[in-house]
Design a protein around this ligand. Structure first.
Ligand SMILES: C[S@@+](CC[C@H](N)C(=O)[O-])C[C@H]1O[C@@H](n2cnc3c(N)ncnc32)[C@H](O)[C@@H]1O
Ligand code: SF4
Length: 417
């Protein structure tokens, strides 16, 4: 598995140089000249811990959460306070963990971000189904949240039991959600669970629409080595059949494939913290992607607070890109949207996409993975599946290794991927 990811990396970067993450960092992040910058804030607390989940999180307590928020505000000051003027950014996403648990602090975090940034495309947040209450939704609305994403996983008793969670009450969700007009109501579903059929998955999607979702994310189940799910992932051919059938179902319903995993029902109902050229991340485990670097914050809540108390950014590791590596990063993340535009690439790098990757684009067209129209490369159904599939390799070869190390060591010396 690692071999495939390594060969692909060497081929695309035209270099045998691996991705080297070092234990060093800039305390001054130069983001002011970056276009289409997005913001991400990580809140690492949950009411209970799911065995399958790879994210950086720990059990919630009111006291821990309050102290964490205090550190978060300081981190935003350290990063933003260097500039005199405000930076226009696209959107802000709160992820976790279960960030809705910090609902009473959201307003103050958003106000702090507003001191340094002007958010132009709305604010999103992740909720556990248990957070869908009138009290929480009202507070989210009053804090300026415009998009919500609910971690449904599955409505089916059989599959939710397999994931070790309780089945969400669809009727109750529908009743509560109907009282609020969020621009996006997204539902996360996990698919490709053992023996799951198209009918099972379609039922989940239909119920998600019934409760009021206008955007649906279907994540293939990933068996992270350091998680402890005991669930066997589905075989490639079965997964492909499921993904192709559900994509056709979404198309027939008039939904737009917004990204490799997500489908939206209305034109303005987007929810994506991924498909951005540059982003600044705050909080434990949050990553930042800028023109010349990718950095990752420490996963340890106490070490995170200590660094910030010392007036420093909580960066654990930094990858300084070669130009070619940055191009690969750009293409990998923008390809999540299932489209890559030549003009955007050229605006970003000052060189034509065809000049840099002419052979790869030709090969992908020949293999039926992409089509080209007016300089826009779009994935076919087959291409989207293989992207999905390769993304799985990438996740297991890189993310699994990276997160596995970061969970054990707050500030590793070096990481080579
Ligand atoms: C941070 S959680 C969402 C909010 C909330 N904590 C919850 O679980 O309801 C992000 C999403 O990642 C997805 N996810 C977590 N572990 C996964 C895994 N092993 N494979 C695929 N998707 C996973 C789930 O769909 C989950 O809703
Ligand atoms: S799936 Fe959600 S609730 Fe479960 S541990 Fe992960 S972040 Fe927490």
């Amino acid at each position: 598995m690692n071999i495939l990811a390594n060969i692909t990396r060497m081929w695309l970067t035209r270099s045998i140089k691996p991705f080297v993450f070092k234990n060093e960092y800039d305390n001054f992040l130069e983001y002011m000249d970056h276009d289409k910058l997005g913001l991400y804030v990580h809140i690492p607390f949950c009411r209970s811990i799911c065995s399958f989940c790879p994210y950086c999180k720990e059990l919630y307590s009111e006291e821990k959460c309050e102290k964490y928020i205090y550190a978060l505000l300081k981190e935003i000051d350290i990063a933003g306070g260097r500039y005199k003027s405000k930076k226009t950014v696209t959107s802000l996403y709160f992820g976790g963990g279960t960030p809705a648990l910090a609902v009473k602090y959201l307003r103050v975090v958003i106000e702090k971000l507003n001191e340094y940034f002007e958010i132009t495309q709305g604010i999103g947040i992740e909720l556990h189904p248990d957070d869908v209450t009138d009290e929480t939704l009202t507070m989210l609305k009053n804090s300026g949240i415009t998009k919500i994403s609910i971690g449904i996983q599955s409505f089916s008793k059989k599959y939710i039991k397999l994931l070790g969670r309780k089945a969400p009450d669809a009727e109750k969700l529908q009743k509560t959600l109907s009282g609020y007009d969020f621009e996006t109501i997204s539902a996360d579903l996990i698919f490709a669970l053992p023996s799951q059929t198209y009918v099972d998955l379609k039922e989940d999607v239909e119920t998600a629409f019934k409760i009021g979702a206008n955007h649906i994310a279907i994540y293939p189940f990933i068996d992270f080595t350091f998680a402890n799910s005991g669930i066997k992932p589905m075989k490639k051919t079965e997964k492909r059949r499921l993904l192709d059938m559900i994509t056709v179902y979404f198309n027939n319903k008039g939904c737009k494939r917004e990204s490799i995993w997500t489908f939206s029902y209305k034109p303005n109902s987007g929810y994506s913290s991924m498909t951005r050229e540059n982003f600044l991340g705050f909080g434990c485990s949050a990553t930042t992607l800028l023109d010349s670097q990718f950095k990752i914050n420490t996963f340890n809540v106490n070490e995170y607070k200590k660094r910030i108390e010392a007036g420093k950014l909580p960066t654990s590791l930094t990858l300084r890109f070669t130009r070619r590596q940055r191009m690969i990063y750009y293409l990998f993340w923008t390809a999540y949207s299932t489209k890559v535009k030549s003009k955007d690439f050229e605006d970003f790098f000052g060189t034509p996409l065809k000049k840099e990757f002419g052979f790869e684009l030709w090969l992908m067209k020949k293999c039926g993975f992409i089509t080209e129209r007016n300089g826009i490369y779009e994935m076919t159904l087959k291409g989207a599946f293989y992207y999905h599939h390769y993304e799985n390799y990438y996740t297991l070869a890189y993310i699994d290794k990276m997160w596995g190390i970061m969970r054990k060591c707050s500030f590793p010396d070096k990481m080579i991927l």
